[in-house]
Design a protein around this ligand. Structure first.
Ligand SMILES: [Zn+2]
Length: 280
């Protein structure tokens, strides 16, 4: 009898203590917080944007295999939308790097202010020309020949090209979109993109020439990236184009090389739109 009373009294004391105002925060209040963290892995990332939570979840539902990192940067870059939907005008045509893709469009009348001539006589921005010349000169020291086959293209020219391809390919928009940009969406209109050829052959042969792999491995030293890499075809919407390089400046191209980032949109989300806190 005594034992039962003692046990009941002890239980009462325990219960009273649980609700006593002078106790620290009851243990059970921590549990929902832990659950919330586990439910929202996106919020742990420094480039998380709370207003995009529903899109993260929707994109993740379609791509169960993707990590939270991949979901968040892709959605932030707008890559969860269908190609050529949710199109926005390029906010700052002078930005470096400059994002022109299937979601960001240049004005029809945009012409870069500082076009200069490549050795071929074709046009590219002044910085792009200088970077190309430095790269071609260093390649030449190793017995390699790098030529430009296309650089700046006006909106009107891009429109003619795209429509010509469309006619040739029987109006197959989905096919043409994998290798030609719609007018206003071509990096060539920025004057910072160059298509290369090597010591022999056409664009399609470039990666099989000695120059192709050399450019792939070394172009970052001059401020270029191979923009449409093989591993990001579903993200760029373009087939692998080892010949198409884009001037982004040495700082960005070197950082992307060191970070192992091949997609310019990913770099912009993680290092320009947002910045990691500095840890030394
Ligand atoms: Zn190109």
């Amino acid at each position: 009898m005594n034992t039962a009373v003692t046990a009941a009294a002890a239980a009462a004391i325990v219960i009273a203590n649980l609700f006593a105002p002078n106790l620290p925060v009851p243990l059970n209040l921590d549990i929902p917080a832990i659950v919330a963290v586990e439910k929202n892995p996106y919020a742990q990332l420094y480039y998380y944007e709370a207003d995009k939570q529903a899109r993260y979840e929707a994109y993740q539902a379609l791509h169960a295999d993707l990590s939270a990192d991949e979901v968040v940067w892709r959605v932030n870059a707008g890559l969860d939308y269908g190609f050529y939907t949710n199109i926005e005008p390029v906010a700052d045509v002078n930005a470096l790097p400059l994002i022109v893709n299937k979601y960001h469009q240049l004005p029809a009348d945009y012409v870069p202010a500082d076009l200069a001539k490549l050795p071929s006589g074709r046009l590219a921005t002044k910085d792009t020309c200088a970077a190309f010349n430095a790269m071609a000169a260093d390649a030449r020291k190793e017995g390699l020949r790098i030529y430009d086959t296309s650089s700046y293209r006006s909106y009107a020219l891009q429109k003619r090209l795209y429509n010509g391809y469309l006619q040739r390919d029987g109006g197959n928009v989905e096919l043409v979109d994998t290798y030609s940009a719609r007018p206003g969406h071509s990096e060539h209109q920025t004057g910072r993109a160059i298509d290369l050829s090597g010591s022999f052959g056409s664009l399609n042969d470039f990666i099989r020439t000695p120059e192709g792999p050399w450019v792939n491995d070394n172009c970052y030293k001059y401020g270029f990236i191979v923009r449409y890499q093989q591993d990001i075809v579903p993200l760029t919407g373009y087939k692998y184009e080892p010949w198409h390089i884009t001037y982004v400046g040495v700082e960005v191209s070197t950082a992307m090389h060191e970070l192992g980032i091949t997609c310019l949109e990913e770099y912009v989300v993680k290092y320009i739109d947002h910045q990691p806190s500095v840890t030394v």
